[in-house]
Design a protein around this ligand. Structure first.
Ligand code: NAD
Ligand code: IPM
Ligand code: MN
Length: 360
């Protein structure tokens, strides 16, 4: 079968990690008899440089027409980049928000799993790690603070900036349903994270999540305040199965969860619509501090490509093979710098991609 993938390398380390994910997909294609064809699309800083906007209508159309999208990362060194001091809709990150909204990718699935092999790279104490952890963060991706009205203006002689946080019950319901559906295939525990002691949007969140939970009597639902959740993640990560939360909280908590897996370079993600269409992207950014050095960890992107095989193409066996190859390379002691520990062998971005591809 032929799969048409829109590929968005983006900025910084984006092109380096995308190269490795394509290497792995091509290997899957050869071994299992599929053809993956790639249409490259510009987004982020590279698109601003080429067209003056972070995402052109044509780019969005190409993504819409594809079978799925594979994204590296966008953005520069925030604050210091030539793309910083411009109107909000002209920043690299605006391209990312526009493609998420334009493709209706409201469900961001971020699995945080501790490979036994990476226990040494995890900053938590052994007693806390226990038998490890395996959670999925279900982050709402097209609502909340990211998409509310924004302004900066002088009010009574004082510069004032406003960002608004809005959720309606439909937006909450559809992400909650996805979270409960995923929980049914896992350990059947949902922890919904909010700030219902302060925010109206969180109170509505809680109410709607409770309504959805009624349709899933086998799933245990617990609510947790977001500040407590940030603490619980490093105190007892093993308690989490599915973490359901809104856009901004999910952004922050997923970076925290990534570090306890060893590195943000390990955290994959899928951004899905109602059905099987998705954009697959590592949870990390363009890492301008290490771009162009061939040292970034490509595993988050490679595992995101595995999620593409599973969720968009129903190629479970192929996805399993990619995940097993990652595990094998780690168990053989190969590490990029970010997950390096004593006794292991340090490899570059491209060597890591080669090693994983060879094991499929
Ligand atoms: P970042 O995730 O890019 O980097 C944070 C730190 O983690 C850096 O020290 C970086 O070197 C390291 N890191 C990230 N990915 C790594 C990898 N694969 N291997 C090894 N180390 C890795 O976050 P940031 O520095 O806050 O943001 C940089 C830029 O990326 C900003 O412009 C931001 O807006 C953008 N960003 C984009 C996305 C995306 O496109 N999905 C996500 C997050 C941030
Ligand atoms: C992520 C990123 C993005 C987000 C930024 C770049 C807009 O941090 O995918 O986690 O906050 O969603
Ligand atoms: Mn983020």
């Amino acid at each position: 079968m032929n799969y048409n993938i829109a590929v968005i390398p983006g900025d910084g380390i984006g092109p380096e990690i995308i190269r490795e994910a394509k290497k792995v997909l091509d290997r899957v294609g050869n071994v299992y008899g599929h053809a993956f064809s790639y249409t490259e699309v510009l987004m982020g800083g590279v698109s601003i440089d080429a067209y003056g906007v972070p995402l052109t209508d044509e780019a969005l159309e190409t993504a819409k027409k594809s079978d799925s999208v594979l994204l590296g990362a966008v953005g520069g060194d925030v604050g210091n980049s030539r793309w910083y001091d411009v109107a909000p809709n002209l920043r690299p990150e605006a391209g990312l928000l526009a493609i998420r909204k334009g493709l209706n990718l409201f469900a961001n699935i971020r699995p945080a799993y501790l490979y036994e092999e990476l226990a040494q790279a995890c900053p938590l104490k052994k007693e806390i790690i226990g038998d490890g952890f395996d959670m999925v963060i279900m982050r709402e991706l097209t609502g909340g603070l990211y998409f509310g009205e924004r302004s900066t203006k002088e009010v009574d002689g004082v510069m004032t900036a406003v960002d608004t946080l809005t959720y309606n019950e439909n937006e909450i319901r559809r992400i909650a349903i996805k979270a409960f559906d995923i929980a049914m295939k896992r350990r059947k525990k949902v922890i919904s994270v909010d700030k219902a002691n302060v925010l109206d949007s969180s109170r509505l969140w809680r109410k709607v999540v409770e309504e959805v939970a009624k349709d899933y009597p086998e799933v245990t639902l617990k609510h947790m305040l977001v500040d407590n959740c940030a603490m619980q993640l490093v105190m007892n990560p093993g308690q989490f199965d599915v973490v359901l939360t809104e856009n901004m909280f999910g952004d922050i908590l997923s970076d925290e969860a990534s570090m306890i897996t060893g590195s943000i370079g390990m955290l994959s993600s899928a951004s899905m619509n109602e059905g099987k269409f998705g954009m697959y992207e590592p949870s990390h950014g363009s890492a301008p501090d290490i771009a162009g050095q061939n040292i970034a960890n490509p595993i988050a992107t490679i595992l995101s490509a595995a999620m593409m095989l599973r969720f968009s193409f129903d190629l479970d066996r192929e996805a399993d093979a990619v995940e097993a190859a990652v595990q094998k390379v780690l168990s053989e002691g190969f590490r990029t710098g970010d997950i390096m520990s004593e006794g292991c062998r340090k490899v570059s971005t491209s060597e890591m991609g080669d090693l994983i591809a060879e094991r499929i």
